[in-house]
Design a protein around this ligand. Structure first.
Ligand code: SF4
Ligand code: SF4
Length: 271
């Protein structure tokens, strides 16, 4: 019974509050538009868009198919967004230079995919980072897209960034494969260069280094001498952040003690 469908893209997306593009809303809208046309060829389906995000050969073909089936695409200017009124949608078309009034039995808003509600809680629990949009941040976008910088924790799908089903499944297979490499090994080789608490008495247990360690390799423990930092050696990557942070010089990196580094600098300057 629905004859006029209007889909509006980028509703609440790519704004000051939520700056990113969710990538997959356009392809979902186009897929749904094709399904509507296949169910009822007489239905009028409009997609009002800012930019069509149809990356990849398959999605481009989907867009062409939608156009062949008669889905109508109307570009709109974000400074003059479409307005939904009783039974219709008004939209200014920069191409035509005039406002269009489109009848609508059904208006579909494509709103952005957002991070999971508990992402921040999980991030703190596992000591893995989130990006500026609140999604989990991979170790390297091209070289290690399914890994966290912290060993043994992997990510995939929309935890990382909005992904369609195909992408999520292939990433999940990749993450499972990465995890199986760890599980199949009899032993794990850890970093030889790690942080060492060289002066326990100097440590005040302030927790500054714990907060700054990017790998979650430090924790504060209650000892006979009071609160002291403890290095979790298997998690430490020897990055040196803690040693350079500690104002008490309680921590150092083995093989990179201050006197060793100074000796290197002096040797360099003398040569
Ligand atoms: S090692 Fe230094 S920074 Fe870390 S808890 Fe102890 S005093 Fe604070
Ligand atoms: S060297 Fe780096 S990884 Fe290791 S405990 Fe210090 S800050 Fe963490």
């Amino acid at each position: 019974s629905i004859k006029n469908v209007v889909m509006i893209q980028c509703v609440g997306a790519r704004t000051e509050k939520r700056t990113y593009c969710s990538r997959i809303c356009c392809q979902i809208a186009v897929k749904n538009a094709i399904l509507i046309k296949e169910a009822n060829a007489q239905a009028k389906v409009y997609i009002l868009y800012r930019d069509m995000q149809m990356y990849g050969v398959e999605n481009e073909e989907l867009l062409r198919e939608a156009k062949r089936k008669g889905v109508r695409f109307v570009n709109y200017d974000p400074s003059r967004p479409p307005a939904v009124e009783d039974g219709s949608v008004k939209v200014y078309s920069p191409l035509l230079g005039e406002e269009m009034k489109i009848n609508a039995d059904l208006v579909v808003l494509s709103t952005p995919l957002i991070p999971a509600e508990d992402a921040e809680k999980l991030s703190k629990l596992l000591r893995v980072p989130l990006n500026e949009n609140g999604f989990f941040l991979e170790a390297h976008v091209k070289l290690r897209p399914l890994d966290f910088a912290t060993d043994g924790i992997f990510l995939c799908g929309s935890a990382r960034f909005p992904a369609n089903i195909k992408e999520a499944v292939s990433q999940a297979l990749g993450a499972a494969s990465r995890a199986s490499i760890v599980l199949l090994r009899d032993s794990i080789t850890v970093e030889p260069i790690v942080s060492v608490l060289v002066n326990e008495d100097a440590c005040r247990g302030c927790g500054l280094c714990v907060a700054l360690c990017p790998y979650g390799a430090l924790e504060i423990r209650q000892t006979d001498k009071g609160r002291k930092v403890h290095v979790i050696e298997v998690a430490c990557k020897g990055c040196g952040v803690c040693a350079s942070t500690c104002y008490q010089h309680a921590l150092t990196i083995n093989s990179f003690r201050d006197d060793q580094i100074l000796a290197q600098i002096n040797a360099f300057l003398e040569s």
